[in-house]
Design a protein around this ligand. Sequence first.
Ligand code: UDP
Ligand code: MG
Length: 320
Amino acid sequence: MDQQKEKKVKITVIVPCYNEEAALHYFYEEMQKVMGIMQDVEFELLFVNDGSGDRTLKVIKELAEKDACVSYISFSRNFGKEAAIFAGLEHSDGDLTAIMDADLQDPPSLLPEMYRAIVEEGYDSVATRRVNRKGEPKIRSFFARRFYRLMNRISKADIVDGARDFRLMNRAFVDALLKMGEYNRFSKGLFGWVGFETKWLEFKNVERVAGETKWSFWKLLLYSVDGIVAFSTMPLSLSAVFGILMCLASAIAIVFIIVRQILYGGSAFGWPSMVCIVIFLGGIQLFCIGILGSYLAKTYLEVKKRPIYICKETNKDNVQ
Ligand code: UDP
Ligand code: MG
């Protein structure tokens, strides 16, 4: 019993890093402060180098050399933040696991409060959302809001507007996430899908400490389509509804044409409108085939069962 009491709770902090050489030192310093406050907790900083092209890996190795609580996994190329999160979760052996960006946009100062919510209030996970989008391009915020609204309408996954990937989770939550070995990972959806008791903390948006964002508008748009395809089959049903509506419209048009033929006799009248209708229908058909194709493509990638990431180098010994 006494031995158990002495054993500190361990928190593994997963930090996905892609070209973050400029931000890493700031991150490490901030974490050092939080670690100083949370003396009763053992920390592990697990950096996941997602195929950075700059000195990120070197900086991480330097940190690992001087500090035993730093470990790293380095990918063979850039696999994306989702893959980095998954790798981190797979290799986290802490009692609790946190996910944090390297750019300090996820304030480490929230960690003590998050920790208390799990240990004292009994939550399974603590998530964070930013309440404003200060410093972000207006157009990006606009589309982000539309996306969250649409997503919540068409899928069962509860996705909160402004939700960050910044979270603290207990073992049961992490194990549930790991059970979902899908290739197309959309973590924001997976977090909601697994359920459990989650407490939400809010904070004001913080701008990146150094370096620049890896997300262009185009990348974000594609990511949002990934999210929709991963969590909703509504677009497929939508194409069926389109089809039915078109049939109805053409039935009405046929009746109209027959009545006109009877009343006024035949003529070549109306061919431009006919061309418009043909083009319109062609467009709708292609659109629906496109929807079908995007699901097929995802299924194709999924059945190949390719690894989500490839680890090239690590200092953790539980990595195969
Ligand atoms: N990131 C990553 N792989 C990528 C893109 C980003 O590991 O392909 C990491 C990045 O290093 C950072 C976090 O994901 O720690 C969030 O990225 P970023 O700050 O560029 O996104 P934003 O905060 O602008 O949404
Ligand atoms: Mg950021």
